[in-house]
Design a protein around this ligand. Structure first.
Ligand code: FES
Ligand code: FES
Length: 181
């Protein structure tokens, strides 16, 4: 589950070694969507909780809260990870990108636009995580095959069954030719 490339489905990030902390709150700085944010977090607080509860970035969804569904996918230094499986204190100086940070200069990322155009959203709960993984795929594989898209969706659970629309959206977005980061 550790040290997967960005081409893979989101994974748990490597936990760096650090001194013992807690049980009280710990002061940390997270660089989220390009902005340094000073936080005081419980040692057991996950990155997903810190994003949602302390930074009000609720685009990152929490469904299973145990690394089984990928709804909480964000990027750490451009690689998709499950934010519910990363402690906030373990993020360190890695750059966090959430769904709120994906649009550039007010323009939706091509994957976001393609999701809308291909009706790849039903209830929408899994959608931010899916988009983060699909955008990461296009960042390093601008012209993926359908099987590569399917591989990038591995680990993402969508109860509404949007997968065919998601695959069509990603292939369409790849044709538009923009990728990040
Ligand atoms: S909420 Fe994180 S993997 Fe399901
Ligand atoms: S759109 Fe509802 S769970 Fe995926």
């Amino acid at each position: 589950m550790l040290n997967k490339s960005p081409s893979d489905s989101p994974r748990c990030a490597q936990r760096p070694a650090h001194d013992t902390v807690g049980p009280g709150a710990v002061s940390i700085t997270l660089v989220v969507n390009g902005i340094a944010r000073a936080l005081s977090v419980a040692p057991a607080m996950t990155l997903a909780e810190a994003l949602r509860e302390q930074l009000a970035l609720t685009g990152t969804k929490v469904a299973c809260d145990r690394g089984a569904c990928s709804a909480c996918t964000v990027w750490l230094d451009g690689a998709p990870v499950c934010a519910c499986m990363v402690l906030a204190i373990d993020v360190g100086d890695r750059k966090v990108t959430t769904i709120e940070g994906l649009a550039l200069d007010g323009q939706l990322h091509p994957v976001q636009s393609a999701f809308i155009e291909h009706d790849a959203i039903q209830c929408g709960f899994c959608t931010p995580g899916l988009i983060m993984s699909c955008a990461a795929l296009l960042a390093h594989t601008p012209d993926p095959s359908e099987s590569q898209v399917r591989a990038a969706l591995g680990g993402h659970l969508c109860r509404c069954g949007t997968y065919p629309h998601v695959i069509a959206a990603v292939l369409d977005a790849s044709r538009r030719g923009r990728s990040r980061p």
